[in-house]
Ligand binder design. Structure first.
Ligand SMILES: O=C(O)CNC(=O)[C@H](CS)NC(=O)CCC(=O)C(=O)O
Length: 285
């Protein structure tokens, strides 16, 4: 490992409607990540629970200082590793709604930051079923980035991936170096779009992208496209867990000098400013 780099892990799992079983899986994967030398391990959307029946998630939603998140804070502290927990069912402002919240916990077990999913999955999947996440979920309003030992993290969740302006803001306004995209993509849309969208976000922001994925069959009606990816700022896939591996971790090194050199050689931050000048000078003519 180069001196200017630090190791991260991304977990793939098949969460079910059993909090204890999912916590046991997460604990096991955290141990693997620690053994591999990772400073941060990223878990997918709905790591702690995936409902089998409608209404189950809202009923079990808790505030971030509730017992479910407390257990994960203890896990981080006892293991001495940072956690990215993508897509926790956080209690909303009324009993009918939750927030789909991505939580960052440091290696002392403190919640450092949280981001609630802005773009909700109200989609009629071609050849699949229809989803209406907004029927039980309140959208977030704030864009969130936070410093960590593996660089400045830009937070997002799953369907946010299809809205590139969020990632542009994370890079150019919030100075993110590593974009996190915890997900539970559908099999149909995942096969068609997942890797392409993730690599595009990495290339156009010159950030690392870490996308932990749910994989396989959660229950009778629900299946996810597992293909956990870690992508470098040049767009190269540097870590992967293919769909057929239901549970495990992918590991890669975040190389800060690569971020700097890609950004220096292809200066798109400067290009954006030049563009503005160009438009302004035309307007002045
Ligand atoms: O409801 C839960 O338990 C957790 N939430 C999800 O799984 C969400 C909303 S239903 N799924 C997505 O955003 C899939 C996006 C996707 O597949 C795409 O953009 O193509």
């Amino acid at each position: 490992m180069a001196s200017n780099s630090v190791r991260v892990a991304a977990a793939q799992m098949t969460s079910i409607n059993d909090l204890a079983a999912n916590f046991a899986t997460c604990s096991r994967l955290v141990k693997e990540a620690v053994a591999a030398g990772a400073k941060l391990v990223c878990f997918p959307e709905s790591f702690s629970f995936i409902a089998a029946k409608s209404g189950e998630s809202v009923k079990l939603a808790e505030p971030l200082d509730g017992p479910i998140m407390q257990r994960y804070c203890s896990l981080a502290r006892e293991s001495g590793i940072w956690l990215s927990l993508g897509g926790f069912q956080e209690k909303g402002s009324d009993d009918a709604h939750l927030r789909n919240t991505h939580v960052i916990i440091d290696d002392s077990g403190n919640i450092r930051s949280s981001y609630s999913k802005i773009h909700l999955f109200d989609v009629d999947v071609p050849g699949g079923r229809a989803y209406k996440e907004s029927s039980f979920t309140e959208p977030g309003k704030d864009i969130v980035a936070v410093d960590s030992p593996v660089g400045r993290l830009g937070l997002s969740v799953c369907y946010d991936l299809r809205f590139p302006e969020l990632y542009q803001q994370l890079r150019f306004q919030h100075e993110a170096q590593v974009l996190l995209v915890p997900s539970a993509f559908t099999t149909i849309t995942g096969q068609a779009h997942w890797e392409i969208l993730l690599r595009a976000r990495a290339i156009e922001t010159q950030c690392y992208v870490i996308a932990a994925a749910q994989a396989g069959k959660h229950n009778e009606n629900r299946e996810s496209y597992g293909d956990t990816l870690i992508i470098d700022p040049w767009g190269t896939v540097v870590g992967r867990l293919p769909d057929r591996i239901s549970t495990g971790i992918a590991v890669a090194d975040i190389d800060f000098s690569l971020i700097d050199s890609v950004r220096a050689k292809i200066p798109i931050a400067k290009g954006r400013n030049d563009n503005h000048r160009c438009r302004n000078s035309q307007a002045a003519l």
